[in-house]
Design a binder for this molecule. Structure first.
Ligand code: PEP
Ligand code: MG
Length: 593
């Protein structure tokens, strides 16, 4: 389709959540779950009730999604469009449909996805064959509801094995829900931007979009607004809006903003070789968060001092088997050698939550972020865990690798993980395989119980890395992947900031270094406070490093200390924000943005 051909669909500006910065302008590619293959497998008779429970949960989740979209559209686009979703909700509540699907599960022992899909197809055929317009008109709603429920049932927060379409030309991808593995399968350069219906700023899809430098906005219910594939779309990941069928004026304006952004970035390139030191000489390491081993070029281009967090699980996503020791070793070694003598902190597998790894799953999770996840999975699977530890220790033969354990929630877990690392090291030594016998071993502080036990953990760990994405999600009880509550994941929360200060103090008392590697590290306000709290390293997406270096070089350590001390006395996030913004303007002569 000609992206500029006259359209019956008017220009529309849709507000969402900005999750990855930058501006993309290009033709729309619709990743519509309607085309999803529906898995079919028989279930055991004793599992029929469990399948029905899964189905009911999926129907509830779909109803909640539809209600949220209805509210958003009603407030933004218009009441007429919002009413579409009332009929979707009616289909979900239909007792006859539910009874037929339950019967299919119990009598024919079909899995929930397939039973639901079958029933929706029977209905769709009836609608299609009906005389008169009403039922036919609702065919599209029926298909949409079916896709939503099947999507929830089969994805349940992220599925391994999604296959990305092969794209001939670069596009702006419009997807309902995109998992990190789904995103990582697109060829580099093919995605100009992302417009998503679901997913918060701290979701792993958003994190990956930032590391791939793909502008993205989420919280946009595009699928029901009748956009045509190939039409022009603008994704503004700085301001958090998407424009469907933009005017020429919109395009010009966004092109200008994109050019200004590029000019700013090239100006910052001059900082690449400079050290991140405050005006009064305090060095604060600026390191990169890396998801893909191929990102080492981006790490160097943006002037990072090393890798503060390599999320190794991305090597495990989107495949049906687990990478073996040699394959992992190659990936880790490539990264470590490309960046030597800079340090590379490799975090062991953080499976679960919104990242599904084949072979490490445990069925449906009610609370995936708090369930079968991360170090818990590794400790209960010592075989694959040791395989990874051996690969990391071997990659450390170049002596610039650090080992990091995720989601530690108590001292026993840290000790157990360390013991396995020690066993792996002893095995390598006995086999005469080169490795680092003295690798520094760190503990992520991203669960409130670990923050409370920081003094004890600091006695045993060689370094700390504070994962503010999870720490904030658990401290504030706000799901990081849910765009509906994104605004509650308040980065200036005094509770989270005081917790972080306590962890830094515990580390300083024991003389071990502390990195902050969650998304908060890249926020200029918070970074000012973290420097003042005495953090040793801030680790972030490579793209955020140059601007952060400029900020650090322009502030005095004493000034930052005063700012942190005063801000921590404030009782609300708003008060912290207002106070830091004032100091920020004083130091930099401008507001945060
Ligand atoms: C964090 O939780 O802040 C973190 C850095 O880890 P991840 O985002 O991978 O959960
Ligand atoms: Mg985490």
């Amino acid at each position: 389709m000609d992206a500029f051909a006259p359209s019956t669909i008017p220009r529309r500006v849709l507000r969402g959540v900005p999750v990855s910065p930058g501006i993309a302008i290009g033709p729309a590619y619709l990743l519509h779950p309607r085309k999803r293959e529906v898995a079919r497998h028989p279930i055991a008779p004793e599992h029929a009730e469990r399948e029905i429970l899964r189905l009911r949960r999926a129907l509830d989740a779909a109803a909640k999604e539809i209600l949220a979209i209805r509210d958003r559209i009603g407030g933004g686009v218009g009441e007429y469009e919002a009413r579409i979703f009332d009929s979707h909700a009616l289909i979900l509540r239909d007792e006859e449909i539910l009874a037929a699907v339950m019967r299919d599960i119990r009598e024919n022992l079909h899995n929930a996805e397939y039973a639901f899909y079958r029933q929706m197809n029977i209905l769709a055929e009836r609608f299609d064959a009906a005389k008169g317009g009403f039922l036919k008109e609702h065919l599209v709603d029926l298909r949409d509801v079916a896709a939503r429920v099947i999507d929830i049932l089969s994805l349940a927060g992220g599925g391994a094995g999604e296959v990305a379409p092969k794209l001939p030309d670069p596009v702006v991808l419009l997807a309902r829900a995109l998992t990190p593995s789904g995103l990582s399968q697109f060829a580099p350069g093919k995605l100009l931007g992302l417009c998503l219906e679901t997913g918060g700023k701290a979701s792993h899809t958003a994190i990956l979009a930032r590391s791939m430098e793909i502008p993205a906005v989420s919280g946009i219910p595009w699928a029901d607004l009748g956009i045509d594939a190939g039409r022009m779309v603008i994704v503004d990941g700085d301001q958090g809006h998407v424009i469907l069928n933009p005017s020429l004026r919109d395009i010009k304006e966004h092109e200008n903003r994109r050019a200004a952004r590029l000019a700013r970035e090239s100006e910052l390139e001059g900082l690449r070789e400079l050290e991140p030191v405050t005006r009064d000489g305090k060095h604060v390491s600026l390191a990169a968060n890396v998801e893909l081993p191929g990102e080492s070029l981006s790490v160097l281009r943006h002037g990072a001092g090393g890798v503060g967090l390599y999320r190794s699980e991305f090597l495990f996503l989107g495949r049906d088997d687990m990478p073996g020791e040699d394959e992992q070793y190659e990936a880790y070694r490539t990264l470590a050698e490309a960046l030597a003598p800079r340090h590379v902190t490799i975090r062991t597998l953080d499976a679960g939550g919104d990242k599904r790894v084949a072979g490490m799953e445990d069925g449906d999770e009610r609370n995936p972020h708090m369930g079968w996840r991360s170090i818990r999975v590794s400790l209960r699977n010592p075989g694959p865990f040791k395989t990874q530890l051996r690969a990391i220790l071997r990659a450390g033969a170049s002596r610039n690798v650090r080992l990091l354990f995720p989601m530690i929630s108590n001292l026993q877990e840290f000790r157990a993980a360390r013991k396995l690392a020690e066993e792996a090291r002893a095995e390598l030594a006995a086999e005469g395989i080169p490795h680092d016998p003295d690798m520094e071993t760190g503990c992520m502080i991203e669960v409130p119980s670990a923050a409370l036990m920081a003094a004890d953990l600091a006695r045993e760990a060689d370094f700390f890395s504070i994962g503010t994405n999870d720490l904030a999600q658990f401290t504030l009880a706000v799901d990081r992947s849910n765009e509906r509550v994104s605004d509650l994941l308040e980065p200036h929360s005094p509770a989270v900031l005081r917790e972080i200060q306590g962890v830094i103090e515990a580390a300083r008392t024991q003389g071990i270094p502390v990195t902050i590697c969650g998304e908060m590290a890249a926020d200029p306000h918070l970074a000012l406070m973290f420097v003042g709290m005495g953090v040793d390293e801030l680790s972030m997406s490579p793209v955020s490093i140059p601007e952060m270096k400029r900020l650090i070089r322009a502030v005095g350590y004493e000034e930052a200390r005063l700012c942190a001390r005063e801000a921590l006395r404030r009782g609300t996030a708003e008060e912290v924000h207002a106070y830091v913004e004032e100091r920020f303007v004083e130091v930099y002569g401008r507001t945060k943005k």
